[in-house]
Write a protein that binds this ligand. Sequence first.
Ligand code: GLY
Ligand code: MN
Ligand code: MN
Length: 522
Amino acid sequence: MDGMANTTDTSTSTARPTAEEDDRNANRSTTPSSEGFKRYIGTGWAERDESLPPAREQATFAAARRAKVSAAFTGIRLIIPAGDMKQRANDTDYPFRAHSAFAHLTGWGADSEPGAVLVLEPNGDAHDATVYFRERAGRDTEEFYADASIGEFWIGPRPSLAHVAADLGLATRGIADLDHVIDSVDTSTLVLREADPAFTERVDHARIRYAAEAALSTNASDAPFSLEVGGEHEPDAELARVLSELRLVKDEFEVAELRAAIDATARGFTEVLEELPRITAEVRGERVIEGVFATRARLDGNDVGYSSIAAAGPHATILHWTRNDGPVVPGDLVLLDAGVERDTYYTADITRTFPVNGTFSPVQRQVYEAVLEAADAAFRVVKPGAIFREVHAAAMEVIARKTAEWGFLPVSAEESLQPENQFHRRYMVHGTSHHLGLDVHDCAQARRSMYLDGVLEAGMVFTIEPGLYFQADDLTVPEEFRGIGVRIEDNVLVTADGAENLSAAIPRTADEVEAWVRGAAR
Ligand code: GLY
Ligand code: MN
Ligand code: MN
């Protein structure tokens, strides 16, 4: 990209650069700026296709979700930004991803526009929903051809307001109209703070200004409005909590998307196995695994839902091993934890652990089957009415029993399971389950009473992912166990009368996994 960046304009201002800026950017600015060129480039274009799409399937689901938010905040203006581009380095940004709450309430995912904001404006007992975004620029503007961050010549066409309105089944307005929203902000207005810190600061300033003016005009001082720009604001936190809890139970559209994400992930895992000869031939074989899976994620979805963990040999004992720069050696296990994120942003979160040479050693198999037993015990707990943390407890009972049987614990399994001991957790320090959806760790701001201590309901989707990890230098286990890490992670849907393992089609037992690895060899 060197030399391509263009700086004759900025995304937020049409003002001419100062002489100083002109000088600073002189070595990178190559677009002609003569009046003749500007007139010329605005002409000679074919008519745009202005036909409108039908509303996307998700539109009705998003409307139903908004109705629930509306009911929880009657009479209160709610602002839910998508967020903006995030800088990676200098003038290079990370790929844009809208905040999950914004995607949930609009149905706008991978094709959403940076800087978009959903506003729910109170109207009687309900709210009017409007999405504000920077619509495409006319061909008579400098933005059209000269703005490297948002111009059509640089990043491709952007949609019209009418197009997005039809597509999402929502009212839309241009980004400039957000100024009117800021003007109408009062102290009861709430904003999802984490989504767009810069826009949140504008809302904070507006609320503080409103409070100051109200105090002046009424001389009221009995209930001062307390807010620091960029600080905490409990009513905003309440909005974040409600939006997070709203996602605990998935609707039919979301479950279908998760199924599709899991199918694509299954395909990506098999493609990894098919590439094992290349993977073992490379010095950084783990990187090949990461790349093969990432290719499937980009082909079938938006991206990976989180950084893939491609952990061979002792790296499998490092829980979030994402450096993925190690070799993949026959005789070792590979722990692959990866998920395809759909264009709608729903992601799978799957782990399989497989022997590189297609055969578990006796010790590897012993560990694998203990983890599988823990996973199966956890699955048996899942049904409506069960408590979320009981799923973890069932897995831990097996992990404690196995590690005690093998003589690794200083006490019995029963004693280890006591809250004050928990010695078996040395070999599995993470939890067994987390909710899954738009975020890999979904619903993270839900209250404990709704999440860890929450009652399972049909439509919830979460992981079951026990593991055993024996660090290479752990002297509490025999040498042959050291450096072995196994995790088996599935995605489970709570059904009306039990549970469905959404990832059941991905080989799971030790025998199935061996056959899968061998069958993929070309
Ligand atoms: N991939 C992260 C997790 O399993 O939670
Ligand atoms: Mn997980
Ligand atoms: Mn995972």
